[in-house]
Design a protein around this ligand. Sequence first.
Ligand code: SF4
Ligand code: SF4
Length: 378
Amino acid sequence: MDQAADTIWIAEQAKGIGFDLCGVVRAEKFPELENTKDWLKRGYAGEMNYLFDPRREDPRGAMPGVQSVIVCLLNYNTDHPLSLDAKPRGQEHDPRGWISRYAWGDDYHDVLKERLQALVVLLRERFPEPFEARAYVDTGPVQERVVAKYAGLGWLGKNTLLLNQALGSYFFLGVILTTLDLEPALGEGETPPPDLCGSCRRCLEACPTQAFVEPYVMDARKCISYLTIELRGSIPKELREPMGNHVFGCDICQDVCPWNRRAPASPLVEFQPRALPRHREKASEAASQAEEDSLFIPGLDWLLTLSQEDFRRVFRGSPLKRAKWRGLVRNACIAAGNSGIRPGGTSYARILVSLQKLAACDDATVAESAQWALSRIQ
Ligand code: SF4
Ligand code: SF4
């Protein structure tokens, strides 16, 4: 069978399954994978020990006999305001936390994995010979962004993310490693899409914690995504104020990117903001019903009263599980400390009481974060 036709067929099947783009690349060592070693040596990975897995240095180390990588891209950009525009009326009375756009809906690992497995089923129908295929969504020893670049899906921007001229950067990547010898999407002599960042520096300048050491290099230890999701202990004091109202992840270096200005919206229900149980007797006058009841800028007073049991129930099948109760409530404390609320506001009394309870709780990290917040609002 014609190998080029196979690659076109795979891309078509991926689109039929619901992916926005798909590319194929030969499993080999790409220059960016070599640079990662230096990045790790400089300590920029913080506590993310899984990034030190030597198999991440070369896709050929990730699975015996792997020859090709199929990279699939899925847009998660639901039609809601950007973090920089989402300043609800009455924020000073009814403060809200920002959850990263990718985490509003169902866990993307599950959503993508299901689609990737459907693609593997189709591959087995097309290729009757025995072959291995493993699907990974963030979970394998593969640097998805780098292989995606060489599969022709975009360029690595100064904010370190994969950017696509038509789709921007609000998308997930999933990969299938396979022993099939497939024709790469980029033909002989073709290079990956050019870097279209040009002289732009918006992401570098907008980052509130100055996490970019230089263009294309991020010190993850300073990144709000790392601080709010990966870091297990206390958030370093000097980074608390710049965190603002972020309680899970951060979108700023994507929200300011001109390539996201016209990023298409995803209609997928899986990524729409998850509805929350009603938690107040009456909705705040300052907030819309939609804001009140979903993971799109949820109220801090609600987050601060979450019990461990509530957390498990509300965030089952949600990416927020990763932060664990302790991480999310710690982050909500920091956001409350940054909220600027003052006595007399609609939710001041509720937040004060919640913080006082948390300041006395058994968890040292949460207690200390709550004490910090109290010192800022009293
Ligand atoms: S995600 Fe936020 S904190 Fe992290 S680098 Fe981007 S702008 Fe900075
Ligand atoms: S904001 Fe500008 S520099 Fe940063 S990734 Fe987007 S285009 Fe590149």
